[in-house]
Design a protein around this ligand. Structure first.
Ligand code: UFG
Length: 325
């Protein structure tokens, strides 16, 4: 029988791509989004229900109206810098409101949950590539809010039998290959879209935050993973839960690190245009390098990436940005 999946934050970047893949895989999709940071026109797949995850009455109406089999929870604020400035906002929006969602699920008998967590909760790593057993050291309120939800999921499994798959994303990038969806944040803080806009002359010169990190060229190193590869892992995570397999935590990344300067060079190569750059101080809350060991997702879920090459990841982001300008 067709399963119905609730996608919170389905008008956002990763949620909208996942809603598309779920629909293609013949799941019934219900998108729930407050539109505070999401875009109504990014909801191209599934039915749309506007609401806030902290609004229990709205959630009760939703769970009463649709036979939800599982929840994919993307709704969150995601800017590390903003979280340092406004820690309470992140505690409330990402953690406390998730408790409201989990309470509503429990009240309506929905017991399967896929959670978007982050590699940021490993802090400055003790070793790379980082596996799931690496100690957690959330150094900013954003990653702390994700760690708190992870802890709650473990407790709710023990107390209520909630089953969950937690995905710790490394750096999501890229866009839908059909050009329908892509990365949109306002203001944009993420590296790939900002480098691309600078190259296209559609944005400001790129500020490179910090050149004195303990990395080969002094700029921060990240593991960029295509948004569609994240989505394919989510489908496998759902199937894992529907098959009755145990709750688990998985890193999602390619296992390759690229510095800020290497991303700039990649964009310059693909576009044939020089990226105007200026060097600035380190950004608060940033760690030097994050590189995934994602072997567990491959081994346990059978996950394979379709976009392991950084040029394809950046190329798809470029195609989306060009389509908008
Ligand atoms: N950077 C710049 N200039 C910019 C923007 C970013 O130099 O204008 C640098 C950052 O300092 C960082 C790297 O580029 O070193 C990547 O920065 P992003 O903002 O693109 O991504 P983050 O690594 O800070 O964070 C992102 C998501 C988080 C997620 C994290 C996991 O925003 O939600 O990846 O690594 F938790």
């Amino acid at each position: 029988m067709q399963k119905t999946i609730l996608v919170t934050g389905g008008a956002g970047y990763i949620g909208s791509h996942c809603a598309k893949l779920l629909s293609k895989k013949r799941f019934r999709v219900v998108v729930y989004d407050s539109l505070v940071r999401g875009y109504r026109d990014a909801v191209k797949y599934g039915e749309f229900f506007q609401g806030d995850i902290g609004d229990r009455a709205s959630l009760d109406a939703l769970f009463t109206s649709y036979p939800i089999d599982a929840v994919m929870h993307f709704a969150a604020f995601i800017a590390v810098g903003e979280s340092v400035e406004k820690p309470d906002l992140y505690l409330t929006n990402n953690y406390e409101k998730t408790l409201v969602l989990l309470d509503a699920m429990a009240a309506h008998g929905v017991g399967k949950f896929i959670f978007s967590s982050t590699s940021a909760l490993y802090g400055d790593p003790q070793y790379v590539p980082i596996d799931e057993n690496h100690p957690l050291n959330p150094v900013n309120p954003y990653s702390r809010s994700k760690a708190q939800v992870e802890q709650t999921l473990r407790e709710r499994e023990a107390s209520q039998g909630l089953q969950s798959v937690v995905f710790r994303y490394f750096n999501a990038a890229g866009a839908d290959s059909e050009g329908e969806l892509g990365e949109r944040h306002d203001p944009e803080t993420h590296l790939a879209p900002l480098v691309i806009r600078a190259a296209l002359g559609a944005g400001k010169p790129l500020s490179i935050f910090g050149t004195d990190y303990d990395t080969p060229d002094g700029t921060c190193v990240r593991d960029y993973i295509h948004v569609n590869d994240l989505c394919s892992a989510h489908i496998l995570g759902l199937e894992h839960l529907f098959a009755g397999r145990p709750s688990d935590v998985f890193n999602l990344g390619n296992g390759n690190g690229f510095s800020v300067k290497e991303i700039v060079a990649t964009v310059e190569k693909i576009t044939g245009k020089k990226v105007p750059c200026k060097y600035e101080a380190r950004r608060a809350g940033d760690v030097s390098r994050l590189i995934a060991n994602a072997e567990k997702a491959k081994r346990v879920l059978g996950w394979k990436t379709d976009y392991p090459d950084i040029r394809d990841i950046i190329g798809s982001a470029l195609a989306f940005q060009k389509g908008r300008s």
